[in-house]
Design a protein around this ligand. Structure first.
Ligand code: AMP
Ligand code: MG
Length: 486
């Protein structure tokens, strides 16, 4: 085990120099306090759980102290926001504090969100508020638990520094970990500014340090794009399978590693609603739940465009053409597991579509449907839920089809339940649960947040005394307006 003072670093991004980032000193928040810390994320840096109480961590996470031999850096990038190109974005409030190499040889960027003004702050104040920092903390750690690729959250701090959003709030910070913070928007920035030397430097860095397995391909850059297409398709497939709506899939929020990245007004679906829009600023539903797969493709196209000087357009198009199939196969695989199907059939896509239509029309709870499907033998489970469907005849029709589909399943119910429960969480990161934890934290009580984080850290296992976490949301909790200010 190590301490924050004995970590090893490898400045592979910082080494690219000042064309890629600006050196910025964090500006400390006043009277900071630790809100929550993830022991699992600490372990990624070989830090013991006791680091959560280490004063050094609070100093690092509140901008008061940083590693003396490392210059914190704000990255420059651009991106397509809601379809329109913004020529210069960059880390407006985030700083790369250091790039850690852990004992296993893994690389972890340590990034502080809410660290104060940078050259890329535009009209922002460089700060983050407590509610959005808590939301990102919970989502990244929960997605990880579900097995969905994501950046990680190490800790959240709050402070007495005041910031203004719709009302007065306090400045919080989030310490985030990811193997890289490079976004599609990094490539777009250098491409659209015709900084081709830097574009090639960026390509080389990403290839060498993030996709070394592509170096031996005939066309390493093409192999790299293929790998990004694959990872992005697979991550979005899992979002769809688990009901995660990102909310702001701008190209500057798309990780080059295919991680779920930059959490804003995201939501996990409670009631299954295909066209759910979780971002209140998304007036046209560009990033609605059922648009995410198509938007992933659109975003990859924007990334591919930055490679048009290096690869023929036909080659790029061929690579992009693989997206839909990879996505669909990954989605079907996850959905078969969720439905407890033990083999593949060509008719599965249609069977799943038909179910989703019923779930949608009846506003069924997306998480609990799968959990309950595994709880009892198939026919009994379906009967127990049938009354909740508005078009009972259509659901019964689907049930018969599903029962016939599972006729070759020779498992005992006990085996079936165990396998299904291992992929179908009982406890979901529901917006209303987050809201309860946030409101208590804003009043200085972190216990509900800690409790929620604790329950959600093993979401597949029923925990005694936690029944309330497995409920559908109360009426007030169904239509929470999640502000996109953060
Ligand atoms: P987001 O929608 O959170 O991905 O942010 C889009 C861009 O705005 C990024 O470049 C952020 O760094 C920047 N940004 C968001 N909030 C602030 C803020 N309070 N101060 C400075 N920059 C910000
Ligand atoms: Mg962003």
């Amino acid at each position: 085990m190590k301490s924050l003072d004995t970590l090893e670093f490898d400045a592979r991004f910082a080494r690219l120099g000042n064309a890629f980032s600006a050196v910025v000193t964090p500006s400390a928040t006043e009277h900071p306090q630790m809100v929550i810390c993830s022991a699992e994320a600490l372990a990624l840096l070989d830090l013991p759980p006791s680091t959560a109480d280490d004063k050094r961590l609070l100093q690092l996470a509140s901008g008061e102290w940083h590693w003396p031999h490392i210059e914190p850096r704000a990255m420059v990038y651009s991106g397509h926001q809601f379809g329109g190109y913004t020529p210069r974005l960059g880390d407006g409030r985030g700083l790369l504090l250091g790039e850690v190499r852990n004992n296993a040889g893994e690389h972890w960027d340590v990034h502080l969100k809410g660290a104060g003004l940078t050259p890329f702050s535009r009209s922002g104040d460089g700060r983050a508020v407590l509610r959005s920092s808590i939301r990102e903390f919970l989502a990244s750690e929960y997605l990880y638990t579900l097995g969905i690729p994501t950046s990680r959250a190490l800790c959240v701090t709050d402070s007495q520094t005041q910031v203004w959003r719709e009302q007065r709030e306090t400045a919080a910070t989030l310490l985030r970990l990811a193997p890289s913070h490079i976004r599609f928007g990094h490539f777009e920035y250098f491409y659209y500014n015709q900084k081709y030397t830097e574009l090639e430097q960026l390509q080389t860095h990403v290839l060498n340090d993030l996709y070394p397995e592509c170096l031996t391909a005939d066309q390493p850059l093409a192999a790299m794009l293929s790998a990004v297409v694959k990872r992005t398709a697979e991550t979005i497939a899992l979002w769809q399978a688990y009901g995660f709506c990102h909310g702001v899939m701008n190209t500057d929020n798309m990780s080059i590693l295919g991680l779920t990245f930059d959490f804003g007004p995201y939501a996990f679906l409670d009631d299954f609603k295909q066209a759910h829009i979780c971002n209140h600023s998304d007036n046209h539903g560009r990033y609605a739940f059922n648009q995410q797969v198509a938007v992933g493709y659109w975003n990859l196209t924007a990334l591919a465009e930055t490679m048009t000087r290096h690869l023929p357009v036909e080659r790029l198009q061929d690579i992009l053409d693989d997206y839909a199939d990879i996505q669909q196969q990954a989605y079907l695989q996850a959905m078969r597991a969720r439905l407890g199907l033990i083999d593949k059939r060509a008719s599965d896509a249609a069977l799943i579509e038909k179910l989703l239509l019923q779930l949608n029309n009846s506003a069924a709870d997306y998480t609990l449907f799968f959990r309950r499907l595994g709880e009892l033998p198939v026919a009994e489970a379906l009967t127990s839920m049938a009354d909740e469907f508005i078009n009972r005849a259509a659901f019964d029709d689907w049930s018969s089809e599903f029962i016939a589909r599972t006729a070759n399943d020779a498992r005992t119910q006990e085996q079936r339940r165990t396998q299904m429960h291992a992929v179908n969480p009982l406890y979901m990161l529901r917006n209303y649960l987050i809201q309860i934890a946030i409101e208590a934290a804003e009043d200085g009580d972190y216990a509900p947040l800690h409790q929620l984080h604790q329950v959600l850290s093993t979401p597949f296992i029923e925990q005694s005394g936690c029944a309330e976490y497995a409920q559908r949301p109360p009426q007030w909790g169904k239509h929470l307006s999640i502000s996109c200010s953060s």
